[in-house]
Design a protein around this ligand. Structure first.
Ligand code: C2E
Ligand code: MG
Ligand code: MG
Ligand code: MG
Length: 274
């Protein structure tokens, strides 16, 4: 009986592996065409002031609407695209689409708010990354301080010196730079001393159920105070409850991005909001 079970397990394991590989191969065989066919679109999730009365900005989040009109979420393809390098093309495409969107609003004299775009760690190792992004920003004549680039916290620890140079250069070209998922890793506060970043985005797990625990409460409060004292804006991500919102209001967090106010929205719906 035992050997039977072992075989069964072995078979199961193998068929799962195979399915996984097939799925990856499937995605890889479709990604280039998908980009050509404009199947990648961005949604916008508004960032509000802490009491939810005013939209202060938005984050662009990519979605893949495939040929069967199925929506595929970033967590299902971004890890693979980071492995095979396709993320470099995709990020730049999303960035350019955002610039295009902003420039069309500007030319129609509609209000524009700052938009943040995620960039993969891989960009930091491309010699022409800044040049390419600056070129696109200039092509669409996007004014300074309206585009923000989000860099995930764990990258920053890898190579502080390199990121320091890149952040300074991006800022000199009118970009804002933020640390995404702050508090998800073991970032040291020294990082902020060495890195003149504009915004920190508190990871949603950093806040989860912590606001009523004294130690966590005090830690989050001091992170926000410290950020304020060195002119860094704070955005809390993934805020879902009234309790979290009230807590963030009490401790003086600048912005809230979360389902409590709005999910990421397709562009036309987002425009209605504005
Ligand atoms: P992220 O950059 O940390 O983006 C925030 C994620 O939290 C988004 O997930 C957003 O929909 C989700 N979120 C916002 N508010 C709430 C909330 O109240 N509750 C919960 N449960 N979730 C909330 P999404 O859109 O699925 O994106 C996942 C991740 O994929 C992003 O995390 C980002 O790391 C990555 N990503 C998305 N678009 C891009 C892109 O264009 N380029 C790159 N390199 N990465 C991207
Ligand atoms: Mg982000
Ligand atoms: Mg991110
Ligand atoms: Mg985040």
């Amino acid at each position: 009986a035992l050997s039977h079970n072992v075989n069964e397990y072995y078979y199961f394991y193998h068929s799962q592996m195979r399915e996984h590989l097939l799925k990856e191969a499937d995605i890889e065989s479709k990604m280039d065409k998908a980009l050509e066919n404009k199947e990648f679109v961005f949604f916008l999730q508004p960032k509000f002031n802490v009491n939810g009365e005013k939209i202060l900005g938005a984050e662009a989040l990519v979605r893949w609407i495939d040929s069967q009109q199925q929506m595929i979420m970033p967590n299902d393809f971004i890890p693979l695209f980071e492995k095979n390098g396709f993320i470099l093309k995709l990020d730049e495409y999303v960035f350019e689409s955002v610039c295009q969107y902003m420039s069309s609003r500007i030319s129609q004299h509609q209000n524009v708010i700052p938009i943040s775009v995620n960039i993969s760690r891989l960009h930091l190792y491309q010699h022409d990354f800044i040049e390419r992004y600056v070129k696109i920003k200039e092509k669409y004549q996007i004014p300074d301080q309206l585009l923000e680039l989000e860099i995930t916290e764990n990258i920053l620890l890898e190579d502080v010196k390199r990121v320091q140079t890149i952040v300074a250069e991006l800022q000199a070209h009118g970009f804002l730079c933020s640390i995404d998922d702050f508090g998800s890793g073991y970032s040291s506060l020294n990082l902020l001393k060495d890195l003149p970043i504009n915004v920190i985005k508190l990871d949603r797990f950093f806040l989860k159920d912590n606001y009523n625990v004294v130690r966590s409460y005090e830690i989050i409060k001091s992170v926000i105070n410290m950020a304020k004292s060195i002119d860094i804006y704070t955005v809390a991500e993934g805020v879902e409850t009234k309790e979290q919102q009230q807590f963030l209001q009490t401790i003086g967090c600048d912005m809230i991005q979360g389902y409590i106010f709005s999910k990421p929205l397709p562009i036309d719906e987002f425009n209605k909001y504005l």
